[in-house]
Design a protein around this ligand. Structure first.
Ligand SMILES: Nc1nc2c(ncn2[C@@H]2O[C@H](COP(=O)(O)OP(=O)(O)OP(=O)(O)O)[C@@H](O)[C@H]2O)c(=O)[nH]1
Ligand SMILES: [Mg+2]
Length: 300
C-alpha cells in the first residue's frame, strides 16, 4: 500500500505507538497503567469498542505469546476490523456515485480515481451532479481537462438528478467503461441534500437497471470518529458500498478509520494521504495497522 505510508501516518503513529512506547517501555505490560493506555487509545480515535477490547485482551495476549505488545496490538486491531470484501462489479459502464460533506475531498478523489482508470486505458466520463455551487462544475471541468477525460456539467440551478441520468445514458450509448458522478456536499438544508442524493441514486437505476454499482462516501479523516454520525446520515439516503477516508496525512486520528469501518460495517476502499496525484491508496488493513503502529511493513 505505498512504501511511504508509515511516513504519511506519522502524526497518528506518534500519537498512538509513540505514547504507548513510553508507557509500556521496558516494564512488563501488566505493571503499566492501563487507564493511561486507555486514554491514549481513545485519543487516537480508535473508539470505545476497540479500545475496550484492546484493554481486555492485550495483557493476556502478550503474556501467553512470544509477541511484543506492538505485535499483539496489531493482531487485535486486524482481527477486530471487519473486512467486508468489496467486490468489483463487472458492469459496463461501471457507475460510481461519490458523496460526502463539502470539503471532504470528493472532487479530488474523483480526479485521482479517473487518473488511475485512464492509466488502465479505461474510457472515463465524469459528471457534476452538484448544480448548487457554480464552482463545482468548473472544478470538475479543470480536472477533466487536465486528465483528458470527458465531463458532463449543467448550469447552476438545473436538476442535479437529470445530470446523473444523462451521464449514465451517455455512458451507455458512447461506450464508456466508467461513469463517475460528483455530488453536492452542501445545500440550504440537510434534508434537501439527502433528498437530492436519494433522487440521484434512484435516477441512476432508471437510466441503467443495475446502476449505481458503487456509492463511495468520502470522509475527512481529520474529523475522526465524529464523521460516524455524518456517515449514518448519508446511509439514510442510499446504500453506501465503500468509504474513502481523506487527509490522513494531516491528523493524529488515524485510528478512526478502523473504528468507523467496524462500527459502520462498510469496507474502506481508499485512503487519502496527501494532495499529490499518487496520494490516493487502496486500503489494505495489514499495511494500515502496521503503519499506524509505526512498524515496518511486512511486504512493502
Ligand atoms: N492533505 C490532504 N488534503 C486533501 C486530501 N484529499 C483532499 N484534500 C484537500 O481537501 C480540499 C477539499 O477537497 P475537494 O476535493 O475539493 O472536496 P469536495 O468534497 O469536492 O468539496 P465540495 O465540492 O466543496 O463539496 C482540497 O484542498 C484538497 O486538496 C488528502 O488526502 N490529504
Ligand atoms: Mg467538489
Amino acid at each position: 500500500m505505498g512504501f511511504n505510508l508509515k511516513q504519511k501516518l506519522r502524526k497518528s503513529s506518534d500519537a498512538l505507538a509513540g505514547k504507548l512506547d513510553r508507557l509500556f517501555g521496558g516494564e512488563s505490560i501488566e505493571d503499566a497503567d492501563l487507564e493511561e493506555a486507555e486514554e491514549i487509545l481513545l485519543g487516537s480515535d480508535l473508539g470505545w469498542e476497540l479500545t475496550e477490547r484492546i484493554i481486555d485482551e492485550l495483557p493476556g495476549k502478550v503474556r501467553e505469546s512470544e509477541l511484543s505488545w506492538k505485535e499483539a496490538l496489531a493482531e487485535i486491531l486486524i482481527e477486530n476490523t471487519p473486512l467486508p470484501v468489496s467486490k468489483i462489479p463487472q458492469a459496463r459502464p461501471l457507475v460510481t456515485v461519490v458523496v460526502g460533506v463539502n470539503g471532504a475531498g470528493k472532487t479530488t478523489t474523483i480526479a485521482r480515481m479517473a487518473a488511475r482508470l485512464q492509466k488502465e486505458n479505461d474510457k472515463v466520463l465524469l459528471a457534476c451532479a452538484d448544480t448548487f455551487r457554480a464552482a463545482a462544475a468548473e472544478q470538475l471541468e479543470i480536472w477533466a481537462d487536465r486528465l483528458g477525460t470527458a465531463v458532463l456539467t449543467q448550469l447552476p440551478g438545473s436538476d442535479a438528478a437529470a445530470v446523473a441520468f444523462d451521464a449514465v445514458k451517455r455512458g451507455q450509448s458512447r461506450d464508456y467503461d466508467s461513469v463517475i458522478i460528483d455530488t453536492a456536499g452542501r445545500l440550504p438544508n440537510k434534508k434537501g441534500l439527502l433528498d437530492e442524493l436519494a433522487k440521484i441514486y434512484r435516477v441512476c437505476g432508471r437510466a441503467m437497471e443495475s446502476a449505481p454499482h458503487e456509492v463511495l462516501l468520502v470522509l475527512d479523516g481529520t474529523v475522526g470518529q465524529n464523521a460516524k454520525a455524518q456517515a449514518e446520515q448519508f446511509m439514510k439516503a442510499m446504500p453506501i458500498t465503500g468509504l474513502v477516508v481523506t487527509k490522513l496525512d494531516g491528523t493524529a486520528r488515524g485510528g478512526s478509520v478502523l473504528a468507523m469501518a467496524s462500527e459502520l460495517n462498510i469496507p474502506v476502499k481508499y485512503i487519502g494521504v496527501g494532495e499529490g496525484s499518487d496520494d490516493l491508496l487502496d486500503f489494505n488493513l495489514e499495511s494500515y495497522v502496521h503503519a499506524l503502529l509505526g512498524m515496518e511493513e511486512a511486504n512493502g
